[in-house]
Ligand binder design. Structure first.
Ligand SMILES: Cc1cc2nc3c(=O)[nH]c(=O)nc-3n(C[C@H](O)[C@H](O)[C@H](O)COP(=O)(O)OP(=O)(O)OC[C@H]3O[C@@H](n4cnc5c(N)ncnc54)[C@H](O)[C@@H]3O)c2cc1C
Length: 380
């Protein structure tokens, strides 16, 4: 990995930034999604033989960051091409790849991702959504039961990749497994959660009540569940970092513009160090987090899953913290205008907190680094 971005990556940034500028903050999600798909931006990480761009997370994270910087982030990119596309491309059956990857790549089909459960929360070892094999006499396949919460975009996606468990026939222990559940499968109920967050993608609580699935709904191998799951979770972290970085850059740009022009005492407010220094600090923190995000994407794309795990957690942590601080300072820089709808910054206070909480909270990352990187004992 070079410290200087390749010409190819710079060109991709420029092209996505131009697309983002054309759409801006008042973007229509469906139009932007379909345009980005046609330009090959949504499937830039997926294999060429299935209609993708043949790149990796390095490229996909550039797309999301630049759209966010232009004020039009596509949150669904974190789940549809990044988690679901990656998991299917790496572990799906040939049939699943042919059925899903071309559509995920050109954006004509989308997939949500459901792991969080109300009673398990951050402790995903406690998830209880369970799939049992249906009797052959009864048509075979799987029967899925359980509950999920905060799952994004279930109303607009064609299916949801659900993390469940299957019972090991020999030991009786539960193994994590991934199932593709079509949006309108009988027994798959969703109800929208009333969030304060202003975003085009909504969050849902899901109830799976004897959802009948064909044998082919199980992604990949029943015995490789955990490995497959982590193959999807690291991209999710890197993409959340890119999402946070885009938002942070968007907020900082607005604040810097404002600080250059707003005059209260004969000179622009940006001349006061109390305004300038926190903005400079935000800029430094964003740049540091961008470097870490590129490192995490590079490690993942090189196939080093173990090193990518630590780097993806660090990148998500650094980008989320940089984002929360940049947004906070941007709002403050605009004074009263920071809270008007016209400037569109106040709603980012809530949005920036998403990056601190999801998909894994700040504290769980600190736990991971304490235990995995520093070898400290666990408190739980
Ligand atoms: C906008 C949004 C979109 C989301 N989209 C999706 C999605 O598409 N799919 C999906 O599956 N999920 C999604 N989530 C869920 C998200 O991943 C969870 O909210 C997150 O993992 C935290 O789980 P929790 O909300 O149950 O918090 P909890 O686990 O209840 O944690 C609450 C607080 O306690 C802290 N805490 C918990 N355990 C420890 C510990 N051991 N040590 C220290 N602190 C601890 C946490 O850090 C947190 O601050 C989304 C959430 C939001 C807000």
């Amino acid at each position: 990995m070079s410290i200087v971005e390749t010409q190819e990556h710079q060109d991709l940034r420029a092209s996505v930034a131009a697309l983002g500028r054309r759409h801006g903050r008042a973007f229509d999600r469906d139009t932007l999604w379909s345009e980005a798909g046609k330009l090959g931006h949504l499937g830039v990480n997926l294999p060429e033989e299935y209609g993708g761009g043949g790149g990796g997370l390095a490229e996909l994270s550039i797309v999301l960051e630049e759209l966010g910087a232009a004020g039009c982030p596509l949150l669904l990119m974190v789940v549809s091409p990044a988690i679901c596309g990656t998991v299917i491309a790496r572990f799906g059956t040939e049939e699943q790849k042919r059925e899903w990857l071309p559509g995920l790549a050109d954006g004509s089909r989308t997939m949500a991702f459901g792991i969080t459960e109300p009673d398990a929360g951050s402790n995903s070892h406690r998830i209880t959504t369970t799939a049992r094999r249906a009797d052959d006499a009864d048509g075979g396949g799987w029967i899925l039961n359980g509950r999920k919460v905060f799952v994004s975009g279930v109303d607009i996606t064609d299916a949801t990749l659900i993390v469940g468990r299957t019972e090991d026939a020999r030991t009786g222990s539960l193994k994590p497994c991934l199932f593709i559940v079509p949006r309108d499968a009988p027994g798959f109920h969703r109800s929208q959660i009333d969030m304060e967050l202003q975003a085009v993608e909504k969050q849902f609580e899901l109830v799976m009540d004897d959802v009948r699935l064909p044998a082919g709904a199980l992604v990949g191998d029943e015995d490789a569940g955990l490995l497959q799951l982590f193959a999807g979770l690291n991209p999710e972290r890197v993409m959340t970092a890119a999402f946070a970085l885009g938002m942070a850059r968007h907020a900082l740009d607005k604040a810097v513009d404002y600080a250059k022009t707003r005059q209260v005492w004969k000179q622009p407010i940006g001349a006061h160090q109390a305004i300038a220094h926190p903005l400079a600090q935000a800029h430094i923190e964003i740049e540091l987090a961008r470097l870490m995000t590129r490192k995490a994407a590079y490690l993942y794309d090189s196939g080093d899953d173990a090193a990518a795990g630590e780097a993806a957690n660090m990148a998500k942590y650094a980008a989320a913290e940089a984002c929360v601080r940049a947004v906070d300072q941007a709002v403050h820089t605009l004074g009263g205008n920071g809270l008007t709808r016209e400037y569109g910054l106040a709603s980012l206070i809530t949005a920036s907190r998403v990056a601190r909480i999801a998909p894994v909270s700040r504290e769980m990352i600190l736990n991971y680094i304490s235990h995995q990187s520093l070898g400290l004992p666990k408190s739980y």
